[in-house]
Unconditional design. Sequence first.
Length: 152
Amino acid sequence: MSEVLIGFSAAARRRYWWRGAIVMVMFASGTVAVGLTAPASERWWWVGGFGAFVLAVGFDMINRIYGRAALTTAGIEFRTIASRRSIPWNEIVGIEEKSRASRSGLWHYLQVVRIKDRSLMIPGTLTNRMWDAELDHKRVLIQEHWSRALTD
């Protein structure tokens, strides 16, 4: 069984980059507005706080867009910019599709349910499309690798 990478397609990455760029422009303009309207003695605190928030949001966006999950014979490996984590197949109880609501709509993603630790979102599976065929395909791939690893 060869290694399979789960992640966003090029079209999905482009779509999320556009969405993220719009959000970042809004935050940057908010930072400029705060910098222009805040009293001079407090200006740098406000601009610094907004700037740090904008950087954190930008890093999270890049981390989500380029995060991937590698399906190996030993387990599932999460590969993001911020971390690497490997979970053996025998520690997994299930693969679930979850949803969460935000101001921008309803988001769907896959998560790994583990025996003793908390459940984790699988990188590269976040989507805001209802009945996304790509998300279904990713779930099937993960479940096939998981079932093969447990029977071997």
